[in-house]
Design a protein around this ligand. Structure first.
Ligand SMILES: *Cc1c(COP(=O)(O)O)cnc(C)c1O
Length: 399
């Protein structure tokens, strides 16, 4: 075999330090210090403090939504949402999503009914749910993926004609718009994640948005066992409060969102330019929105054309210190806890199953430069050119 220059085959890695896939926003140190000094001076750590209140007001204004209710993270936000909406029995949810979407249903004592997604947009659609509806389904959890959105107006019409509640996991969609309306205003409510990997970061954090006053009052009372605002009766309460330290970072990240979005858009276009030359690599563009946050770079690896499977390519990139990952994996309807004995084993969701075998995420965000994008795409291109030798290499190492 020729000497191939890949870290997996013994060459030095292309990057000295691991290049993350997520945004990983870090404010500059002086700003961080002064924000933390404020918290020290006020001697106020949590319980709906001044920074959380300021952040909620900014979100409401920016999103044009009546209520932005900040929480510890999106997972707890989704669990609180199920309780606030008083959902019962079964909820339709795509099997192609991050596991937290579905785990929130488990925590709320609800049963997920998995639907497939569209092969081109990766989003759920009415066509994928009509045939799985039964009398025990009370709601639909839409998931807006990759800085794009599902066909919300069709889902809304379908939901209301079948008397189903509709709400959204919009963890990927902060700042995105459909026409003049920002994501955050659709369905009964929407949940954003401000996890460190997301474009708007509170380190950990999230937010439930709604235009419904009663629902908002319920959510605020569920969020804290201390209660807050108008005391409406709720059965369960939790601790989903966002701390002042989280809100301090979130406020800085919010201020820099336009700059970070622009930078990601720029990097995304570079990826598009370089990747479109490589056979078998399909970059997924955010669909269904008029403005995207370009939070993630996701592509499909078509093994038949590219020569190597997604898993092999991810292995090759990881060795170069590029933290590419399979995303999402595994298909959620294959997990033992959602298998219901044999019931789901026979459940075929072909698009989800294909995407879970072929999609990978590449780095974008604050730590990624133009040069890094060029280098990453160069490695993928070389992997394609060397596919025959790499196939023999992988055969030799039996993986
Ligand atoms: C990140 C993410 C979540 C979970 O958000 P946390 O804030 O980490 O709890 C839920 N759903 C999707 C689709 C996500 O990407």
């Amino acid at each position: 075999m020729h000497k191939l220059k890949f870290a997996l085959l013994g060459s030095p890695p292309a990057f000295k330090k691991k290049l993350p896939v997520g945004q990983l926003y870090f404010p500059d140190w002086q700003r961080y210090e002064s924000a933390m000094r404020g918290i020290f001076e006020r001697r106020y750590y949590t319980n709906h403090g001044p920074l959380v209140q300021k952040f909620e007001a900014k979100l409401q204004e920016y999103l044009g939504v009546k209520h932005a209710i900040c929480v510890t993270n999106a997972t707890i936000g989704l669990i609180m949402a199920a309780e606030a909406l008083e959902l019962t029995r079964k909820v339709i949810v795509p099997a192609y999503t991050f596991i937290a979407s579905v785990q929130s249903l488990s925590w709320a004592g609800l049963e997920p009914v998995f639907c497939d997604v569209d092969p081109h947009t990766h989003q759920m659609s009415v066509e994928k749910i009509e045939h799985i509806l039964d009398e025990n389904v009370t709601a639909i959890m839409g998931v807006n993926l990759w800085g794009g959105a599902c066909d919300i107006s069709k889902l809304q019409a379908f939901g209301s004609s079948h008397n189903l509640k509709l709400y959204f996991d919009s963890a990927h969609a902060f700042g995105c718009s459909i026409g003049t309306k920002k994501i955050g205003n659709f369905g009964e409510l929407e949940v954003f994640s401000f996890h460190a990997t997301k474009i708007l970061s509170a380190t950990e954090g999230g937010c439930v948005c709604t235009n419904d006053n009663l629902l908002a009052a319920r959510l605020r009372n569920i969020r804290s066992s201390y209660g807050a605002g108008i005391p409406v009766p709720v059965v369960k309460t939790a601790n989903g409060r966002m701390s002042e330290a989280q809100a301090a970072i979130a406020l800085m990240s919010f201020e820099e969102f336009p700059k970070n979005q622009e930078n990601n858009y720029h990097l995304f276009k570079l990826y598009k330019q370089y990747l479109q030359k490589i056979p078998g690599i399909l970059l997924i563009e955010p669909k269904g929105v008029t403005f995207s946050n370009y939070q993630y770079v996701v592509c499909e690896v078509d093994k038949k054309i590219f020569g190597l499977s997604r898993d092999k390519l991810v292995m090759l990139l990881n060795a170069e210190n590029i933290a590419s990952r399979r995303y999402f994996y595994p298909p959620l309807h294959h997990l033992p806890q959602y298998n219901n004995g044999l019931q789901n084993k026979s459940l075929r969701l072909p698009v989800t199953e294909y995407l879970c075998e072929s999609c990978m995420q590449l780095p974008i965000g604050q730590r990624v430069s133009e040069d890094a994008v060029k280098k990453i795409c160069g490695i993928i291109e070389r992997a394609y050119e060397s596919r025959h030798q790499l196939i023999s290499f992988f055969k030799g190492v039996h993986c």
